[in-house]
Design a protein. Structure first.
Length: 301
């Protein structure tokens, strides 16, 4: 049964299938919906719309997702052959995972409802962002959820991706074949919160856990933090302090400037990883200082 499912996964092709080129995946939160008309979708391979939440009974909390917004986003993205996924969970939106996954009936309902939601809105997959499974039972239930989701997704050629911290133990070696990509959240690590060495360490950590390099995407922060853990977008920091491209701190905030983003992207590509992930697209600045343009420059060098 397992080998049969894995064979199906390999056979799923088309322009929705795994790219040979590195991925540039950007999260777009629902509160950035006003950016959809001007979003540079042509600079991305994937967009993850954030976020819906799981409920204890397996149903979906979709109050932050308006159908007309998804229609606009998918129309713009698909015109440029860019995939669109929905994110389930995230920081502050993960409380429903533990009770839902612990109940086989609720888990089945969740799989059915999420599959139907993705298909109804013409999306290419779902990103599971449980922050974070803690106990052995929660970790085991998480594996069951991911495997059951992929089994439901395969006949419809849908992607299953996950977000994971650089220190987690909640993904198991036997589950990796059922996951298309792992978005490594290589940030919020202290002060500074996203150094280059930390990115290298986080990618290497997941390799040692058995994750295939091609499935690992390096998370890039488009925001900064200060010692008090307050956050500011890169766009806000640029507007106030105008740091140069090779600067990673200003006004007490530490962030990734264009040079560091370029360096991290090159490391991901030259190291044979799957590409990069961005949190989040609405935090960038415009013009020559754009971090997304730094990503693109690194890819085309």
């Amino acid at each position: 049964m397992l080998r049969s499912l894995l064979a199906w996964i390999v056979l799923m092709t088309g322009w929705w299938s795994m790219d040979a080129a590195p991925a540039v995946t950007g999260y777009l939160p629902h509160y950035r919906a006003n950016l959809i008309d001007t979003l540079p979708v042509e600079k991305l391979t994937d967009i993850i719309f954030f976020s819906i939440a799981p409920k204890q009974d397996g149903s979906l909390d979709t109050k932050n997702v308006r159908p007309e917004v998804l229609r606009k986003l998918t129309a713009r993205a698909h015109a440029k052959k860019v995939r669109v996924h929905i994110c389930v969970g995230g920081w502050g939106l993960s409380a429903g995972f533990a009770p839902m996954t612990a109940n086989a009936k609720a888990r089945t309902s969740f799989v059915q409802q999420l599959t139907a939601f993705v298909r109804k809105h013409n999306l290419q997959g779902a990103d599971i962002d449980w922050e974070h499974p803690k106990t052995a039972a929660e970790i085991a239930n998480y594996q069951s959820l991911l495997i059951e989701l992929k089994r439901a997704f395969v006949p419809h050629r849908l992607w299953l991706t996950v977000a994971a911290a650089g220190w987690g133990k909640h993904l198991k070696r036997e589950t990796f074949p059922f996951i298309d990509r792992i978005h490594v959240m290589a940030y919020d690590q202290g002060t500074p919160h996203a150094p280059f060495a930390g990115a290298v360490k986080d990618l290497r950590y997941w390799e040692t856990q058995g994750a295939p390099k091609a499935k690992l995407l390096l998370g890039l922060p488009f925001y900064g933090r200060n010692a008090q853990n307050n956050a500011r977008t890169y766009g806000e920091l640029m507007a106030q302090f105008k740091p140069t491209a090779d600067t990673d701190s200003a006004g007490g905030f530490h962030f990734n400037g264009a040079a560091t983003i370029h360096r991290k992207t090159q490391h991901a590509v030259r190291g044979g990883y799957g590409g990069v992930m961005i949190w989040e697209l609405g935090q960038d600045t415009t013009g020559k200082a754009s971090l997304l343009d730094a990503v693109r420059a690194a890819l085309h060098q």
